[in-house]
Design a protein around this ligand. Structure first.
Ligand code: BMA
Length: 328
């Protein structure tokens, strides 16, 4: 039995795997859990992050407005399924040169030591990785951007590695980026990032075509006794545009740029109508997990067709077994 190294989460959202279902990740039966117009101004709510908070949960949500302006909003939930999202966007305290907003999207939440760090795709003369933190999801403080433009997916590790804060990211371009690999970076102080290492590339082969155009880190990596379990997105460019699917890999605990195993088959792909139809069709985009170390349960939060938010389930055993059985 593989073990999650982390806290127990007794009230984690959960449903058992449906009888006869063969994939390692199964959807919540009442998906989508967040509809596109859950706040009055929103056109769509997707690619959002959640974390245990108090005796319930808190989240940071990507809500694109009816002007199709992209911003991030805080929310709270007792059960991780029904969410109360603040209708006003997050306002960051900090240096006005940095907090000046162009656009914000695709947030991740990472609890480290005593606070919740938020990373997101931050408009700063092009997309880069914004970082902030909060203790209560009411007051938010913004730090310096991690990188120069252009970069869209920045995901921190939930503890220091070899004494340094660490992040996975995917350098990109100004547009819709027809390329992209995952890299590792670290910092002693959350301002100066370096030690950049390549983690993994797209697969330019028939063996795993779903991740042939670009890949990007998804939720905060899950620490297990076998390595960091990374859920990520992989993209294939088709005659009908990009298709986003979900994959998983196992990274070395001390040197996370070393890949121990990586599944050549996807773990979830757009099959359901709310994943195949929306503002951007055929997208599943994972941004967060909740985990329970006692049972090995994992709840995955993912954006569906850039329109609504879905929930899916797996266990550490199911996913690691699948990654190893389907490894290159
Ligand atoms: C990416 C990002 C994501 C989005 C995806 C599919 O480049 O913009 O937010 O979900 O494209 O449109």
């Amino acid at each position: 039995m593989a073990k999650i190294i982390g806290n127990s989460l007794k009230n984690i959202p959960w449903e058992e795997k449906p009888e006869g279902y063969t994939m390692p990740v199964w959807r919540y039966s009442a998906n989508p859990i967040i509809k596109r117009d859950a706040i009055p101004s929103s056109n769509s709510i997707f690619n959002s992050a959640v974390a245990p908070f108090g005796d319930g949960y808190a989240g940071v949500f990507r809500c694109d407005s009816k002007c199709v302006s992209m911003d991030i909003f805080a929310g709270f939930s007792k059960d991780g399924i029904h969410w109360d999202i603040n209708p006003d966007p997050i306002v960051f305290e900090g240096d006005p040169d940095v907090t000046k907003r162009e656009y914000r999207y695709d947030p991740r939440i990472c609890f480290i030591e005593d606070r919740y760090y938020i990373t997101w795709c931050n408009g700063y003369h092009g997309p880069t990785i914004g970082i902030g933190y909060t203790f209560d999801f009411k007051t938010f403080y913004q730090l310096e951007n991690a990188f120069l433009p252009y970069n869209r997916n920045g995901v921190m590790f939930p503890r220091k590695i070899n004494g340094k804060y660490a992040m996975l990211s995917r350098p990109s371009d100004t547009g819709h980026t027809p390329f992209g690999d995952i890299f590792y970076s670290q910092t002693p102080d959350l301002e100066y990032w370096g030690h950049h290492r390549h983690v993994m590339s797209v697969v330019k082969e028939d063996a795993s075509a779903w991740q042939g155009t670009k890949i990007g880190p998804g939720p905060v990596p899950i620490e297990t006794d076998e390595g960091w379990l990374l859920i990520y997105h992989g993209v294939l460019n088709t005659c009908n545009g990009f298709v986003y699917r979900m994959g998983a890999a196992l990274l070395d605990l001390d040197e996370p740029w070393k890949v121990i195993a990586r599944s050549k088959a996807y773990i979830l792909a757009p099959y359901e109508i709310y994943e195949c139809v929306g503002d951007v069709p055929n997208v599943v985009f994972p941004c967060a997990t909740l985990t329970d170390a006692d049972t090995g349960r994992i709840a995955i939060y993912y954006g569906c067709a850039d329109t609504v938010t879905g929930l899916a389930f797996t266990t550490v055993d199911e996913l690691l077994k699948y990654v190893k059985e389907n490894a290159f």
